[in-house]
Design a protein around this ligand. Sequence first.
Ligand SMILES: [Zn+2]
Length: 514
Amino acid sequence: MLFPVTVLAQDCDILIINGKIIDGTGNNWYYGNVAVKNGKIIKTGRDVNFSAKKTIDARGFIVAPGFIDVHTHLEGNEAKNPEATNFILDGVTTCVTGNCGASETDIKKYLTWIDSLQLSVNVATLIGHNDVRKAVMGRANRDATPDELKQMEAIVDKAMQDGAVGFSTGLIYIPGTYTKTPEIVVLAKVAAKYNGLYATHMRDEGDSITFAIEEALTVGRLAKIPVEISHFKLSGQHNWGRSKETVPMIEAARREGIEVTIDQYPYTASSTSISTLIPDEILADEQDSINARLQRPEIRKQVINSMLERLKKRKLKHFSYAVVSNFIPDTSYNGKSIEQINLLKGRKHTAREEALTVIDILMQGGANAVFHGMSDADVKRIMQYPFNMFASDASIRVLNLGMPHPRGYGTNARVLAKYVREEKVISLEEAIRRMTSLPAQKFQLKDRGLIMEGMAADIVIFDEKEVQDISTYEKPHAYSKGFYYVIVNGVLTVENERHLGVKAGKALYHQSYL
Ligand SMILES: [Zn+2]
């Protein structure tokens, strides 16, 4: 008797067919199919023959791992837009937050909350030095006592046990500016004990950048911890071209055995608090103390002189390079330069009066600003360094709120459009590697960043000819184009460039420790 033989096709949740797969390793694209089931990639290749609830015909499209943005600032905006549309429509499926020394201090509570809120992106976090220090000693401008240092170590220790992926500093911000290297080394050692990394917004990204890089490397050397230098750049017109000095420093450090990598956003403007224009010693303690200092005529004079000196160094006559992005007391300032705001206030068209305008803004609680101060040649030279990843340095954007830097909407699309397709600075496969497996390896997101069997199914499907950043400095609130499908943890989140409102992201705990 013959038994009928039926070969049942295996079933899966999503089957992606006919795409050009770029797997994230840096290897060339290949034609193939990808089967996704229960949040995982279960099969890849030409011979994938599955029956699926959902089939995506990716003919003509690139199929790549979801992008990992290692430098974000989600804190504060998670609940305002849990769909994280600016990230998702730029191909980002995982964000690392807690950067530049700014994070929640109770990481367990934070990650639990992230899971209960549910975002459309996965979230991993660092523990931020500035918030750790503030929790113990406020904004005090002094060294920590041995007892205070012990308290800070305990907070970092608990954060690492609770799943932080590393320790971050923001050494241009208060109170990071008041912190000397030995304190950072002690705290970085705690993160190193749990196999975390050290991510730093360095003490300087302009005139003193080589000293700042040395400091970051010293922490790596002494604490025996992998180092990530955040948003690597050269600020200030007079520093343009110095990536010829700084990139070789990174190469030399690696030869020495320091596990250092860098990241960048692909723009020639930065964005941060306007307080960075003011000398650090003015910014200690709370707003009342800051205002009291700024009201004293002799201090006011010193502050103005120091601001004018810095402007002169930049070879600029006006504060036109600083554009307010979010000033809460008067939103009509948003999108205007300090030069323009100063004129609107009826003041004289001089840098001295513009400095006064900055002081006024600061005394009203400060503002965020976009600073146009880098060269495209440096951006490209840094981009050509192979162990540089792309990161937005952005928050979750709330549509039409303020005039934020376009990097929050368009970082990845801009790399793929301007720097890969148009200017051919790096290849498509190389760009994808920097957006996926490189950050996954460095931040130890071990089951992400590759299109490979067994990996988490974070996948983007985009048109390499169409992909484009739309967000600009003048009109920032615009989503990138060309990302037709985005899958997060095996769940279809974007279809035909439209966010479906799906929130399938989860908190990612530090895997190497847990
Ligand atoms: Zn930063």
